[in-house]
Write a protein that binds this ligand. Structure first.
Ligand code: ISE
Length: 337
């Protein structure tokens, strides 16, 4: 009988708690054994509700713990760099929620450190790649049936976010998903980014630039645009339309169940990403567990995390300076050989 992969989770806020539930109840070949969170009461409550889960106060101690085989990092982005380095030091596979780190420079250091270890240990939580609708879109575009892809139009709306979610976080924590989606769907790097800020909604704190409208220029000359609106009030909506030479394809219309009732028709809008992307997270974590058990990863790499961080670093600068900013990235072969 093969042994379950023993998993420790760092950060049990909304996303970490969701992953804890997932690993404890739905993922096969894995067992949740430890959690860590600065809010020790929150960690203790979660651990008490699940069998055989310890609370380890210090996240670095969790990473080093002899009973933890692999780690999920769901702490805030500013804590990632140190925790990722510790995972590399202990040679433990890690699924790290986005962003990889807060900027291009620190992400590059992580890529270099992983390269020194000699095998991929880091997978980045760009879960949309595992969403069945996105996966079908990717397959369709790659098949060439529609010809060359020319444009992507993206919409990314959250119902609300906490008041601590400032303008730069909209780039680093929300827009970063479309950065990865554009790189992945086009199979190409983003070379320039412009983040426009229209007059903000009156429903956010003074100084928060929400919504934002970004334009990515791909190395091949293709373009992608993204509306990100994190205080949309209505619910969670993520859409992507690819326009190609011989047709277009749209995902995220949310028309799974259409009801007709009392003179009206309609469907439901999910409240947040845990609902909309629940299946994508399940598939992502299951595939990561299967791969980690074999000493591999199966999804977005540290390099993908670095590339996204480089684009977001330029994006934050574009937002602040109100102009297009070229993305600065080292060449892949320079770092990875
Ligand atoms: C959140 O962290 C996510 O990753 C969600 O997918 C995204 O929609 C949201 O804007 C972020 O805050």
């Amino acid at each position: 009988m093969t042994q379950d992969l023993r998993i420790g989770i760092i950060g049990v806020g909304a996303m970490g708690a969701d992953h804890a539930e997932r690993v404890a109840r739905r993922i096969s070949g894995a067992r949740l054994v430890a959690v860590s969170d600065p809010d020790t009461a929150r960690a203790a409550t979660l651990a008490a509700a699940l069998d055989g889960v310890r609370v380890i106060g210090d996240p670095l101690a969790l990473i080093g713990d002899a009973e933890v085989d692999a780690v999920i990092i769901a702490s805030p982005g500013f804590a990632h760099a140190e925790q990722l380095m510790a995972c590399l030091e202990h040679v433990k596979p890690v699924l790290c929620e986005k962003p990889l780190t807060m900027d291009a420079e620190s992400s590059l250091r992580v890529v270099e450190a992983e390269h020194k270890v000699g095998r991929p240990l880091i997978q980045v939580g760009f879960m949309r790649r595992f969403d069945p609708e996105y996966a079908r879109l990717k397959q369709l575009l790659d098949s060439g049936e529609l010809g060359r892809t020319l444009l992507l139009h993206n919409v990314h709306r959250n119902k609300t976010v906490p008041a601590t979610f400032r303008s730069e976080m909209i780039v680093r924590d929300s827009l970063v998903h479309e950065v990865d989606v554009a790189r992945w769907l086009f199979g190409d790097e983003i070379v320039k980014i412009t983040v426009h800020a229209p007059k903000p909604t009156s429903l956010v704190a003074e100084g928060v630039l929400d919504p934002q409208f970004a334009v990515f220029e791909m190395a091949s000359g293709a373009l992608a645009d993204v509306e990100v609106f994190v205080n949309f009030q209505v619910g969670y909506e993520v859409r992507c339309e690819a326009v190609a030479e011989k047709g277009s394809a749209t995902i995220g219309l949310g028309v799974d169940v259409l009801t007709k009732q009392a003179g009206h028709w309609g469907g439901a809008v999910p409240d947040d990403f845990r609902v909309r992307f629940g299946l994508a997270y399940d598939i992502e974590v299951q595939r990561w567990v299967n791969a980690a058990a074999k000493g591999e990863i199966d999804g977005p790499t540290a390099w993908d995390g670095y590339a996204a961080a480089a684009v977001c670093t330029a994006g934050v600068q574009s937002l602040q300076e109100g102009r297009p900013v070229e993305v600065e990235m080292v060449s892949r072969s320079e770092v990875l050989g």
